[in-house]
Design a protein around this ligand. Structure first.
Ligand code: BEZ
Length: 387
């Protein structure tokens, strides 16, 4: 008995001295997410989703317990490198999970690549992350900005809209989602008459709404999310513009926001890689488990993306029996995995971005109801990725 215990102690001490992990050590997971500001609710949902999947596996992934480290990135790109390095250098995390804001995520991806730390991007759509910045250790369980923007193009054109004005925050997410919409809409014969922007995270929309009224497009296409999306949808409704110029957007405009938006959001059409009322057993089980774990809260797209990051990590850890230091095998297993997501099954492109159905959804009550698959199995073009 004594003997066995001593041997175990000795093995642990040797591993420590050599700086290598043993199966008894916890895997260090670094959450870099917004816990304050306009995207705070999105960060919380991602963490909830991730932890729900881990709890469903009995608190372990690949047979190993997890230890969490957290940084509030405040959706502030100016602080992003420093925040990423806190997790990488100070806390010495094994993997990074984050973040929401595209500008912050690009700095995070750069720091992850520089230190060869595996990164799970759980929201930020910055096209570059699975484009020019792609890498074997970079995985995204969310979307590229191009994907949901592009998907609305053919949908809007099919509704007979010929002209559109776009409106968004002036940073990568907004600009790239609008660019995706340009591509899809113009290919289908539509014309964008003006792209309107304001700085992130401003919510003074009034002068821009006045400009829309004078431009009189057939439709408006918007990206806002979190607190900003609540305010924009309310302001658009209050302006009365919606009666003559219908508002469309990527699904972030109405995801996780419907309680706060109330009547103002009713009937809005958006495109996204998740929807309410998918009706699959997988999604129903996820939704029931989420609301049970989190005080009757309903999951949203952000919760799904966090949940799927943990699922993807589990696929990798199972392939290496928990030995996360076998980076090449861990990563190769994840790159080849099929994830049984609440959104529907998806695989990763060579660049590490989900190849996934994009749904057309319509707000009804407190739900973004699935109407149809707008574009099936949409793969980001991964422009500039050399892998
Ligand atoms: C982004 O910055 O990439 C982003 C933020 C919120 C929702 C969707 C995308």
């Amino acid at each position: 008995m004594h003997h066995v215990l001593n041997r175990a102690l000795l093995a642990g001490a040797l591993a420590l001295a050599a700086g290598t992990a043993t199966a008894a050590d916890k895997i260090k997971v670094g959450f870099m997410l917004p816990y304050s500001g306009t995207y705070a609710a999105l960060g919380a949902a991602i963490e909830n989703g991730f932890k729900l999947y881990v709890a469903e596996q009995g608190g372990k992934l690949g047979g190993r317990e997890l230890e969490y480290f957290k940084v509030d990135d405040e959706s502030n790109p100016a602080k992003a490198s420093e925040n990423a390095n806190r997790l990488i250098k100070r806390d010495q995390v094994d993997v990074l999970v984050g973040t929401v804001h595209s500008g912050v995520a690009m700095a995070l991806a750069k720091a992850a690549k520089g230190s060869d730390t595996t990164l799970f991007v759980t929201n930020a759509g910055a096209d570059a992350i699975t484009g020019p910045m792609c890498g074997t250790g970079i995985f995204r369980t969310s979307f590229s900005n191009w994907q949901p923007g592009y998907a609305m193009g053919p949908v809007a054109a099919a509704k007979g809209h010929k002209t559109a004005v776009t409106i968004t925050w002036k940073y990568a997410a907004g600009e790239e989602q609008m660019k995706g919409f340009h591509e899809g809409f113009e290919k289908a014969g539509g014309k964008i008459v003006k792209d309107l922007t304001l700085p992130f995270p401003n919510v003074e929309f009034q002068s821009l709404l006045t400009e829309i009224a004078s431009l009189k497009p057939d439709m408006v296409f918007a990206f806002f999310a979190g607190g900003g999306a609540v305010k924009f949808v309310q302001d658009y409704h209050a302006s009365g513009l919606g009666k003559t110029i219908p508002l469309y957007g990527t699904g972030f405009l109405t995801d996780g926001t419907l309680k706060a938006q109330g009547d103002a959001a009713q009937g809005l059409l958006t495109t996204l890689h998740y929807a309410d009322g998918l009706g699959t057993p997988r999604d129903q089980a996820f939704r029931a488990a989420y609301s049970k774990a989190y005080d009757n809260m309903q999951p949203d797209v952000y919760a799904v993306q966090g949940y799927d990051a943990a699922q993807l990590m589990q696929a990798g850890l199972q392939a290496v029996q928990g030995n996360i230091d076998d980076k090449a095998k861990f990563r190769a297993a994840m790159r080849g995995a099929t994830i049984d997501s609440p959104r529907g099954k998806f695989t990763l492109s060579a660049a590490g971005n989900p190849v996934q159905d994009i749904y057309l959804r319509q707000v009804a009550g407190l739900e973004n109801k699935m109407i149809e698959v707008a574009v099936p199995k949409l793969a980001d073009p991964a422009r500039g990725c050399k892998l």
